[in-house]
Design a protein around this ligand. Sequence first.
Ligand code: AMP
Ligand code: MG
Length: 275
Amino acid sequence: MPKDLPAAWRVSAVSAGEQVALGSNAARIENAPGKKELEVATQSLLSRLAELQEAFHADGRHSLLLVLQGRDASGKDGVIKSVYGAFNPTGVRVAAFGPPSSLELKHDFLWRVHQVVPPRGMIGVFNRSHYEDVLAVRVRKLAPETVWQPRFEQINHFEQMLHENGVIIRKCFLHISREEQRERLLARLDDPHKNWKFRLEDLDDRALWDEYTDAYRDVLAKCSTPDSPWFVIPSDEKAVRNYLVARMLVDTLEAVNPTYPAMQQAVRDAARDFK
Ligand code: AMP
Ligand code: MG
């Protein structure tokens, strides 16, 4: 059994109204265990996650929605690769949200999101989400404040409704520092296998760093609720990031305590004859 890290090695949920510090310091953890140690511990969490997911799928009472938000190059894809590997693909779906299509823009902003909320038994991962409608839309001034400001409350109502209908929601903000983003964007320019991820808009968004910080701070303060909490994941170190997300997911599924449904009496009777 690979060793686990001390229990303190988990992030706590953002409290309602909390003004979270989002400077460079918050993107790292001081005295973090070494990369190797974290990777071993993450592997052990991912094995546990695989077991929990099998039971969660069979149990079928709830679904789990993991929302991943973060700036460009913050590691949303990296987390998906790390965590998805643990899952049986039958029970998990990933949805990515880019700029809305013209049809999507004709609908309310939650329309495209609601359609891909995972059904019971399934785990859904959102690579970006409805939160772009209070982040990119606000910062890039794609809609006036009279449109985006009421959305915080609309999102809370939407998520509360989902929660009451069996959807367990956990939201992670992958927080990287400005310096780390610069390194990663430069790597995207230099590496032919990563060029395709670099978009001109990434530079526009980087230039709006402080505006995004304010927008994220509002999201965390206004939309972290006990039932649908936000977690800020220090993400400058990939091994730290992967560990903390896996840890939070294991904690979440263990709290659900999924159980395999008991065999129905009719099946039990038939099985006796069959044997
Ligand atoms: P990526 O995740 O790198 O593929 O980029 C997707 C882009 O779509 C990002 O620049 C997002 O800000 C943008 N985006 C996602 N959702 C929305 C939205 N609702 N309104 C405007 N832009 C969005
Ligand atoms: Mg991108």
